[in-house]
Ligand binder design. Structure first.
Ligand code: SF4
Ligand code: SF4
Length: 466
């Protein structure tokens, strides 16, 4: 498979293969809003005692995806704004089988619909996204294809091999469950192009699965991106949903459909150059961020929810790990600013630009901090952003068009193809927040289109009534 652009960052702080289990904290803080969900419909009451798998809230805009209680405890809806807090937590119930109420639902729907209903209500559907939009697909729809990735190339998110080593059997069983939900649509399994023990084991396990097509992908960021892969496979955006999920999602499918258990545990990475010991951690949603910070972060470090390129700053008002958190990245905080540092290239920092003296050292794991070292300045037309862009668009041109507020030309320049991988922002020597600009511009265009569609619908309604 020939893919364009891409770039591998070499930054210190990658989590090793070790998987630790977090002990049960005193209190869980479940955020009602996360990057993908807004659990605005509360389904519990203050003071109620809940057990593992009880539904605490739902997201009415995402097919009623539930926020599940990860363990037994007492609900507190009053002490922390924007969170369901659980006190008096009891025991590790991850081994307890929760019997999904088969009888209640089974007679109302066919078996495939029943299984999809189960995936939704046992918390497995939150792992499934549409490859092109990143939105949650309709659980009752039939996709044109499914893309399952076993690799994760953005630093420093959970490594697929770590997850798979711990649950290879569940993974292959989960693939079978996914296939049972389809008619004839293929499942594309994304594997690393290099030979690894785990990819050899997976290939061995899926031998004879004619419905699985493997795709060997070079280990270069962001070649694991589902939208990029869909384009290369030839799956069209308008031909229906393309379910995309990672190894943890397939394991969750197995947990829900084989064991009828709620998917309340997840594995996240706690990594980055500001982490004391980069590692993988098994925990539940709601685990206190303060506890993670205390145990695993260096003294002056900012926390990012997600990877180093696409993550978002974890602000102080977020008290617990959200249901869709894939990792916490700690980045050392620079207390002082290096004035005009961009004119002082050094040995100790790597740059995409070959003019830095570090290029003489070859590839090395660089220090990374949140300092921009006085580099913010106008575009210098170096073309680096275009070189690394995997979507084949011209970020520097888009940046100029956004500056001119030329919406029509921005659309004609195919901003819609941007997958928001963040590489353009990373390599830009002027430290222009290109990806952020594109996210805002796409949002503004979508809003404008929705408003135009509404105006048109209102006008049609008006004509009908006349
Ligand atoms: S323009 Fe979009 S797809 Fe291209 S590098 Fe930037 S963020 Fe990635
Ligand atoms: S990388 Fe930055 S400075 Fe270079 S062309 Fe792109 S926007 Fe301009």
């Amino acid at each position: 498979m020939k893919l364009r652009g891409g770039y591998n960052l070499k930054i210190e702080g990658r989590p090793g293969g070790f998987l630790d289990k977090a002990s049960l904290p005193e209190t869980l803080y479940l955020p009602l809003a996360s990057r993908s969900f807004n659990f605005s419909q509360i389904c519990t009451v203050h003071g109620r005692h809940v057990v593992v798998g009880d539904i605490l809230a739902r997201d009415p805009d995402n097919y009623d995806i539930p926020l599940l209680s990860p363990c037994s405890g007492q609900v507190d809806l009053e002490s922390t704004t924007g969170h369901v807090v659980l006190h008096e937590l009891s025991g590790d119930e991850s081994g307890v089988q929760i019997k999904y109420d088969d009888a209640k639902h089974a007679h109302k729907m066919g078996s495939a619909d029943f299984e999809r209903h189960k995936l939704l209500n046992l918390g497995a559907w939150e792992y499934v996204k549409d490859a092109y939009t990143g939105q949650t697909p309709d659980p009752l729809s039939t996709p044109q294809a499914v893309i399952v990735s076993t690799i994760q190339l953005e630093p420093f998110l959970v490594r697929g091999d770590v997850l798979l080593e711990a649950s290879l059997q569940q993974f292959t069983r989960g693939l079978e469950h996914l296939q049972s939900l389809l008619e004839y649509q293929p499942i594309y399994l994304v594997l690393p192009k290099i030979k690894t023990d785990i990819s050899a084991k997976i290939k061995e396990h899926i031998r004879g699965y004619a419905w699985v097509k493997t795709i060997d992908v070079p280990l270069k960021y962001p070649y694991d991106n589902a939208a990029i892969l869909s384009r290369h496979i030839g799956l069209k955006r308008g031909d229906g949903f393309i379910w995309s999920l990672n190894a943890d999602g397939v394991v969750a499918v197995d947990t829900a459909l084989t064991s009828s258990k709620p998917c309340v545990e997840r594995v996240i990475s706690v990594a980055g150059p500001g982490a004391k010991h980069p590692l993988h951690l098994r925990l539940t949603a709601g685990y206190p961020v303060a506890e993670i910070r205390k145990r695993y972060a260096q003294k002056h470090a900012v926390a990012v929810d997600g990877g180093i390129l696409t993550g978002q700053l974890l602000t102080d008002d977020i008290k617990g790990i959200s249901v869709d958190c894939k990792g916490i990245t700690f980045v050392p905080e620079r207390q002082s600013r290096e004035f005009l540092a961009f004119v002082r290239p050094g040995f100790d920092r790597q740059s995409y630009a070959p003019c830095f003296m570090s290029s003489l050292r070859g590839l090395f794991a660089e220090r990374l901090t949140n300092s921009v070292r006085g580099e913010v300045r106008p575009c210098v037309s170096c073309n680096f952003c275009e070189e690394v862009c995997p979507a084949g668009i011209t970020p520097h041109r888009l940046h100029k068009l956004i500056y001119q507020d030329d919406i029509d030309e921005i659309e004609r320049s195919r901003i819609d193809l941007c997958i928001e991988c963040g590489l353009c922002s990373f390599v830009c020597p002027s430290k222009i927040e290109l990806m952020h600009e594109f996210q805002e511009a796409k949002g503004a265009i979508a809003k404008e289109k929705a408003a135009a569609a509404k105006r048109e619908a209102d006008a049609a309604q008006q004509t009908d009534s006349e």
